[in-house]
Write a new protein. Sequence first.
Length: 478
Amino acid sequence: MAVEPVAGSAATEPLLQQEQGATAHYRIIVEDADLPSKSNLGVSIPQAVFNLVNIYVGIGLLAMPYAFALSGWMAFAALLATAGLFCLSAHLIIKCFDKLDPGESHTYPALGTAALGPRGQYVVAAFAVAEFFTGSCLVIVVIWQELILCLPEAGVFGMSAFHATVVISLVAVLPLLLIPSFQGLSWLSLLGCCSTLVVVLTVAGVVAIDPLRRKMPHQPPEPHDVLRLGIVQASGIFAISLSGHSSLPALRNSMREPQKFKTVLNAGFISMLFIYAIVGGAGYWYWGRSVTALVTTDLARSSPFAGKSLLIPGVTVDRIVAACVLVNVYTTYPCLVLVIQDMVWSVMPWSQGPSGSVRAPLKVTAAAFRITVFLVGNCIAFAAYSLMGNVMSLMGGICSMCCSLLLPSSFFMLLYWRNVKPSVRWAVFGILTGGLALMVLITIENVLDIRHRLQATQTPLGMQEAAWIFSRQMMTWS
């Protein structure tokens, strides 16, 4: 698909007329949205919010207390500023769609074509697919990690715990890949959001049960700070925990009323802000400076719930939290694969329909593609479990910043440069500069952390550690 500029360069002239009217429907990858709107076509606003929150809120939630410990109570301000920045960049993506014709394919690669020319779609698709594929591989690893915690140490079915985990995850995830649309995954996203809510309530419950921290094993409890120099690293944790903008066009196209996606963005980012603030603030209040990188460790070792069974012997709170984390990442994976399918299919030459629309793939073809992505991801995760995690962590961090901050602000500047006030230009330029700085800092932090670990252990960084680094992004400087 290629969109040719109209009378002028892409940086100075509107490429196509803006959308007319609020009832336009768009052709999407996994569902045909060109059909007349019906009550059973597309997801509703609440369903879209659940899908968005479920894609964005992942392992980063567990690193929130650590981020607060890095920066002190000023983490609330840093989290608010970061959430506002990423919400604004998300709105920039949607605003750029106004430069596309209503019959045009409204995908992220299509914006790349509009802003950068025919080859722009391939640049955008490459970054987006790299971001989500590396992220999906790390999600597979986290599924393995959390599933191992729920299995007996001796293993099951005559296999070791690790090998049993790989087999069980294969059998459990494959049926979800047969669901062809975000609408079909809405119930799964609701389940993932419920598991996230359990984690939030558990961390908040620790403070409610022991607000004065008298039940902590080490007394006196760790102190708190108002501001620490680690606020820069904490901002990196907040940044990647709020990134994932490559999924937004697919989520928008899956809606029954795409023109109301701005409401979904606002509701989704406000929800994430409250979720992260509650977990981060409550965790930091209780564990102070001693909080570890993943709050599940603190729940298991130094909380009122530590070692206590609920109803069934051996079913402890920390195991329940691990199971909820497992459910969260388990329900996130199919959504990630759908986004990858959307990106790849939209740039294939044979997928192009009339007037720049995109033909939906055959159901068998789409299902085969999703299963192939899953199997390839499993092979890479298994083979690279102890070798290539550092590379995937770096790629994930760099691509996330590019797709969530750099590309949206760049596209907006190219498409709207002559149509906005100087103050808006400077604001968007600030977003672009801030995104570039964050990407550089995240890259430097990952490289230094990897170097430190290699020097300390003389062994390659494992995939488990990579998943941890990817979720926390910018942890303690080496």
